[in-house]
Design a protein around this ligand. Structure first.
Ligand SMILES: [Zn+2]
Length: 283
């Protein structure tokens, strides 16, 4: 059951669903306008979000920012029907999807060509069932680098960042509320044969994130993480990058070095992170 939560005075979000890969959707409510973060994975997802916004008596979104091009963040765009913003690289990727069919056969064919992955195809089938009325829409406004939106008393800084998950991803920082929406930028590259992180891109991403003095970090498929917990996550990633470089990406040596440093058995999260970095050294 999805919930609609208030995070700070002017920041709200709807919780995600892992089975159908519904990401967190955010709403930043200013005195003049409100901005939604991501459009949802379907018209139903977007419609449910709008119902909640109405139920809470909040201002309906006037603008929408897409964190990146992946289906689960953009398929609700038509239902939202408000001006949408994305990076130039995200728009270019969505353009490639305009002519796609979404039948089982078309999905299978694209998996065969290496441009779709089973993880997404399975979730699309679950979210939509057998009838898939999917109309991909292009964002209205595109930018490179950084774009600041003034909503009236509250600002959204849309920042394009280097990251492994999806080139052209953007973060949304709301300085007055000290909230940073990460989109999927902290997740691995899932469109490669082996899911991976690279030391180079993760370093650039963490350095960009460190520029913002956030109290909360919102992971699209996770939670709104308080700063103390996020800092532990960053420390783990930096430690993982350190052993990746010292071990030259050799997984057994990475495990040994990491274990030596933390002086305990690795958690599942740490183990997975090391594998992703090892995969990134090979790709
Ligand atoms: Zn994604």
């Amino acid at each position: 059951m999805q919930q609609f939560n208030q995070l700070t005075d002017r920041v709200w979000y709807q919780t995600p669903v892992s089975e159908t890969d519904r990401p967190i959707l955010g709403l930043i409510v200013g005195a003049k306008r409100s901005l939604m973060i991501d459009a949802g994975n379907s018209s139903q997802h977007a419609a449910l979000f709008l119902e909640e916004v109405e139920r809470q008596g909040l201002k309906k979104p006037d603008l929408l920012a897409l964190t990146h091009w992946h289906w689960d963040h953009i398929f609700g765009l038509k239902e939202m029907n408000v001006p949408s913003i994305a990076t130039k690289r995200t728009v270019a990727r969505i353009e490639q999807m305009l002519d796609y069919d979404w039948t089982d056969e078309a999905l299978e064919a694209r998996i065969g060509q290496g441009i779709e992955i089973p993880f997404c195809a399975d979730a699309i089938k679950l979210e939509f069932g057998p009838t898939r009325d999917i109309a991909v829409q292009l964002p209205d406004i595109q930018f490179e680098g950084e774009l600041v939106v003034d909503l009236g008393g509250v600002h959204c800084i849309l920042r394009e960042v280097e990251n492994d998950h999806s080139p052209g991803s953007l973060l949304v920082y709301i300085p007055e509320e000290r909230v940073l929406f990460l989109g999927d930028a902290m997740y691995a590259d899932i469109f490669s044969a082996k899911w991976n992180y690279t030391v180079e891109r993760m370093t650039l991403l963490l350095d960009a994130i460190a520029e913002y003095d956030a109290a909360y970090y919102v992971w699209s498929h996770g939670e709104a993480m308080p700063r103390e917990v996020f800092e532990q996550e960053v420390a783990m990633l930096r430690q993982a990058m350190d052993v990746t470089e010292r071990a030259g990406g050799k997984i057994s040596e990475m495990r040994r070095l990491y274990k030596e440093t933390v002086d305990r058995v690795l958690t599942t999260d740490e183990e997975e992170t090391l594998v992703f970095f090892a995969n990134g050294m090979k790709s």
